[in-house]
Ligand binder design. Sequence first.
Ligand code: DPP
Ligand code: ZN
Length: 843
Amino acid sequence: PRTIYLKDYTPFPWVIDGVDLTFALAPRGTRVTSRIRFRPDPDAPPGPFFLHGEDLRLIEARIDGQPVTPTVTPEGLTCDVPTGPFTWEAVVENDPELNTRLEGLYLSKGMYCTQCEAEGFRRITYYPDRPDVMAVFTVRIESDLPVLLSNGNPEESGPGFATWHDPWPKPAYLFALVAGDLVALHDSFTTRSGRHVDLGLWVRPGDEGKCAWGMESLKASMRWDEEAYGREYDLDVFNIVAVDDFNMGAMENKGLNIFNSSAILASPDTATDADYERVERIVAHEYFHNWTGNRITCRDWFQLSLKEGLTVFRDQQFTGDMRGHGVKRIGDAVLLRGRQFREDNGPLAHPVRPESFVEINNFYTVTIYEKGAEVIGMLKRLVGDDGYRRALDLYFDRHDGQAATVEDWLKVFEDATGRDLAQFKLWYSQAGTPRVKVEESWEDGRYRLDMTQTIPPTPGQPDKQPMVIPVALGLLNPNGDEVLPTTVLELTGGQQSFTFDNLSARPVPSILRGFSAPVILERDAPEGEAAFLLAHDTDQFNRWEAAQTLARRAIRARLDGQAIDASWVPSLAAALRDDALAPADRAALLGLPSEEETAQALWDDKRIPDPTAIHHAHEAVRDHLAQGLRDLLPQLHDGGRMPGPYSPDAKSVGRRSLGNAALRLLSRTDDGVRAAAQFAEAADMTQSVAALGALLAVGRGEEQLRAFHDRWAQDRLVLDKWFSLQVGLARPEAAVALAQRLTQHPDFDWKNPNRFRAVLGALASNPAGFHDASGAGYRLLADWLIRLDGANPLSAARMSTAFDSWRRLDVDRQALIQSELGRIQAAPGLSRDLSEMVGRMIG
Ligand code: DPP
Ligand code: ZN
């Protein structure tokens, strides 16, 4: 397979003046007729006429009406073409029914559906399938199915056909087509300049009752983008379709978003609070792409974070506005530390803007998305809210209708704010999580912080330069008053000192407030500081962080066979009793760092993390907490019970999350009595899943698990929960055997990505189970990856990241994983996707 490099970018030599596509749909032999008007691009150097195309049958091709015979390869075709403008016509066939990759045009339970990002359009017809080629599409769909949808606005329709026209030029990756026996929830939205937009949420019959929340989220997103960014919607219709077989969460196709049903369908009895939040967030994310991604797209796939990092940042702001910025920030930090830091510190580390790839699908990563969003958050902190707004206005003004680059993005910030971003740009090119070491001194009323930054080597990047790191700092008096409100220090050198004068007493620092940069802070905090900050910090994030620090110490103590600090539980209890803190914030205080985070921290300390020992230490600390908080937990749990019908509003969610966090601990000391009662009474899925999870986590719940299955056997999304809960919470020694058994279950449909993930993904997220010293977890996953790769390489490659932490394990586990990776690599017919991932992991 060929490696593609950023430095090799060359523009496409032609401009497209219009694309007409006709689809005659059939499970086998769908006919796609294309008519594309090309004109030489006066600004681009000339080059060969190459159209991408994969797994297509070319029936005929014409140029200006004359038959031609192109040279066809597995990747596309070349053809001699006139020197001036010309019209290309082709008829091709493909087989949606046989398409198990879920890229291009495929069938999902009788419904035709497409997924083109990143390079799926080339499986539909021959085309310059690259994001910098933007064109206006007109699409005719011929089929007897009742609902025929594509991008843009509807034009004509009649029995057996429909035509759509999208007036906005777009790259092929935003193309979409849906045909099926679907029903819709209809609504409308009037934009602030008065455009009437028809909204439709299309689902299979039977799912009508699960559409309301997705629709509400859509309208909230449309309003928010007008208010927060001044961005209006720009077509007469906006359609969302739910599909069961889908590789990702959702896709932002122009005017026709396609969603994994798990990311759009919700009803109180089948979806949890977390599901509701996820639907709201993903609807917003895809909608926001209309401006950041669609109107302004990416010049090439190396710029992927230009749209993804920015759109994640925007959806984070939105969710913060909807549900509270404190909890949102904490959730984002947990995700970043648990997943992105791991990626950034392992063999798959890559910069926010990679320099090369073999298969672009392998770069839809937490680094591109979440670290990319962090980079934008830092930029905003550095230029301020006004500067950010001016820069974004300029970005939309200057680049609307274009395929842009990271350079274009940074330039609008430089032009709008006058700030030089040359050093800041390193965040896009240097991989790895920076470590910031902080030391402090106090002398004659002067307080000094000495900061040192180091960025560890990553694959292909042995040496790093210092970056711009915004460190938000506050200082507190020993009595708990804030003497320095949040101030952003700019750490730009390898070593730098910051001094603070005129302080009457040695202050207590609150460093990296709001998690102001995606870095690891290294600091030997004095005894008692974390408890002090937990009690007094005005910064919600750092208050939580203080609780995390205490929990980390407790876990470490357990791991090292030492006693847990006796002041931990009382200081946590005091915070939990503080009614000034919202229930959601108190729930967050009860969360322990993940086992993954503990493993990473041990590795940072040059110790070899043992997943089994880590799990037992976490369990012991939970028991300790449950004992220590015994008197408080019942009332916290009671506070989460709410009369009346379910509502997903932030306040109710917060109360339930505190109640259920308490329940999880309570179940360790009450033989599962409360959880069993909650399960029996639960009127909604949140309470039901929380109770079941609490039981499973303490080795109970067999009977409830059976009842849950029987009740929900017909609901595929709830059934996914049934699979994943039991595997994710299984005892380490039982997890692999359970996952194995569930792969034999009649409801295990391995070709459905959600179901595959519900079992094998859940196993990978149960570290002690997956890393069982026998290697059985590794073997099971490798077997399934090899099998899945034959059908759906994209999903197989994504799931293979479960192995990416292998280098930090003990030699025995290393050898076991190496041998499984070797076995995958040797599998006949391995995909480009999976072979790139395995190759990078083996290194
Ligand atoms: N659909 C994916 C997302 O929105 C890829 N663009 O992030
Ligand atoms: Zn996105």
